[in-house]
Ligand binder design. Structure first.
Ligand code: AMP
Length: 475
């Protein structure tokens, strides 16, 4: 699947996607959309950040546009259940964006805001209703909404709904839905209780899941640099100045973060470009062309934007922020060391990102060499924007028990009592293999190399040139 046109979506949807700068369907979209368009129920295993909202929103927009009917009063045609009001708002915004050339009505129903305006809105009937279960039940109880006209049901982040105690509410809602409907069910994890709920709600579902990340991490020299978040920009400049990098791809968590990094690099005389969703197609193409022809050595990207990048000869990947989804790390570093070439992956890690590092190490089943570039405690720090702060763990990850590190370990702490692989001093540690985790991510761990960890090699990790005494070396 190379583009959205192959998915046979209606023309107004394709137009909206072009305007959103979506060129390539994400894996979950490429898998789920054909089944959904064919009317099948779906059981999807996918986390936030994979593009799963569009995976269900696009086929719904397509189907509702096809039918061309107006919804009856106090009813909706598509019902999307979400665990939180924030997510409900985001989902509704996505429907508005992808459906901007259609004339479908979209409304939200969640707690914490007045009941009456919601009742008035749904009283006129809506095509697409995005709701949290609690407030939805209130509307059912008050008679301000009926669900007997629902054609499509979506349960998003089902595992989080269960964690939040919504299972009874969901069962109550399911009882008043028509039996004849299409149901799409998405969850980041699939514990037994979720499987059971899916069994109750779905009819012969097509199962889709994002392919576990896999790459030859063997060919990539990986290193983590411990650095305080406010100092990451400066350390990045130092790193790029100390060395003569080839083609360097830098990943940031947010679009704003990418802009801040580019501004800082350019202010320091390092030409760089950014590609992310807020850039126009023209700007993205220009940045990519410069990166391809070598006139611009540094490209800063967000995960999703990077999906469409197909550039050979990336010598360095720098994770300015560690991704909170471990699989993203593998995808990111897989941008280098292509076609048999070697590559270098360097990740900045602040104290708050330490849990992400542990998830990544559990996934790749290797300990990554570390270098410490932190200042002594109490040193003055540069100011930074909110968009540059590290990600918060996914609700699932927060609850998940991490496999123990060897030796005493502290989460969220740059204290000196780290696991065996973490360094407190300027010297980098050669890592050892870590035991396989007992639970959590191990089930979804990709099959990566069983061979010797390259990161334990004696080869120095360096760009082409290195200042004497630089802590960049891991030899
Ligand atoms: P989600 O997992 O649905 O929360 O999506 C994560 C982010 O990816 C959102 O900012 C979407 O706008 C964006 N996105 C989703 N699908 C695509 C795509 N095919 N191409 C580019 N961006 C996308």
């Amino acid at each position: 699947m190379t583009n959205f046109a192959d998915l046979n979506l209606a023309a107004p949807i394709l137009r909206a996607l072009t305007e959103e700068n979506y060129t390539v369907p994400t894996p979950i979209q490429a898998q789920a959309i054909p089944y959904a368009l064919a009317g099948r129920d779906i059981l999807g295993l996918a986390q936030t950040g994979t593009g799963k909202t569009a995976a269900f929103a696009l086929p719904i927009l397509h189907r509702l546009a096809d039918a061309g009917r107006k919804p009856d009063a106090k009813t909706c045609r598509a019902l999307i259940l979400s665990p939180t009001r924030e997510l409900a708002s985001q989902i509704a915004d996505s429907f508005r964006a992808y459906g901007r050339h259609q004339h479908l009505s979209i409304a939200t129903v969640f707690g914490g805001v007045s009941f009456r305006p919601q009742a008035e809105r749904i009283g006129r009937g809506v095509d697409i209703l995005v709701a949290t279960p609690g407030r939805l039940i209130d509307h059912l109880d008050q008679g301000t909404l009926r669900l007997d006209k629902v054609e499509i049901l979506v349960l998003d982040e089902a595992d989080q709904m269960l964690d939040m105690g919504f299972v009874h509410a969901i069962r109550r809602i399911a009882k008043v839905l028509p039996k004849q409907r299409q149901s799409l069910f998405f969850s980041a994890t699939m514990p037994r209780a979720i499987g059971q709920l899916a069994g109750e709600l779905l009819h012969e579902p097509a199962e889709v899941s994002i392919t576990p990340a896999s790459t030859t991490v063997k060919a990539i020299d990986q290193q983590v640099i411990f650095v305080e978040t406010p100092r990451k920009r400066q350390v990045l400049v130092d790193l790029l100045r100390e060395t003569t990098p080839g083609r360097t791809l830098i990943f940031t968590r947010t679009k704003h973060g990418a802009n801040h990094v580019v501004d800082h690099l350019e202010a320091n005389g390092i030409p760089a470009g950014a590609i992310h969703g807020n850039k126009s197609q023209g700007q993205r193409e220009k940045a990519l062309a410069g990166f391809r022809d070598g006139s611009m050595k540094v490209l800063v990207a967000t995960d999703i934007a990077a999906r469409g990048i197909d550039v050979d000869g990336v010598t360095h990947v720098i994770n300015f922020d560690l991704p909170n989804i471990a699989e993203s790390y593998v995808h990111r570093i897989g941008r280098t060391a292509r076609a048999g070439a070697s590559g270098i992956a360097i990740s900045f890690c602040d104290g708050e990102e330490r849990p992400f590092l542990r998830s990544i190490e559990a996934l790749i089943r290797e300990r990554i060499a570390t270098t410490d570039r932190r200042l002594p405690p109490g040193s003055p720090m540069p100011r930074m924007a909110a968009s540059e702060r590290p990600a918060q763990p996914h609700a699932q990850d927060r609850n998940k028990r991490r496999p123990p590190l060897r030796g005493p370990a502290k989460a969220n702490d740059f204290g000196r009592a780290e696991g065996a692989g973490a360094s407190a001093g300027p010297r980098a540690h050669a890592p050892g293999k870590r035991p396989q985790p007992a639970g959590g991510r191990s089930a979804s761990a990709p099959h990566v190399s069983n061979g010797p960890a390259v990161i334990a090699s004696t080869k120095p990790v360096r760009f082409n040139r290195q200042k004497p005494g630089s802590s960049f070396s891991k030899s």
